[in-house]
Write a new protein. Sequence first.
Length: 143
Amino acid sequence: MQDGKQIKLQIWDTAGQESFRSITQSYYRGAAGALLVYDISRRETFEHVSTWLADVRRHANPHTTVVLVGNKCDLDGRQRQVTRDEGEKFARDNDIPLFIETSAKSAENVEEVFAQTAEDVYEKIKSGVFSPNEVLFVWFYLY
């Protein structure tokens, strides 16, 4: 954190699988952050983001930090099926304040996405929106 504080993240990776959907809904209640991750080279994963976002908004605290993440930005541009502009527009249109493209393979922006999300949640803890004891993140891989 910018003020030298440390924050411990508890992260659940739901893998975006429909078979886990009923289980993942129970994680939403205590989630301070939700990372919705889609594969920029597979349009169908981007098309599922709205369903997962609706679940987060239906079951999570209304103050939950939501981040839209387009993964695999290291790929050749010809493999891209979802443009950066489309991701940014979806985030804007759905009041998602944080959008970032990452690469799990090259680690590009991976630390950044966690740092930005943690900073946002930490500000909410400092303002009393969340208790430090109830903070966890739900990470949704949608592919």
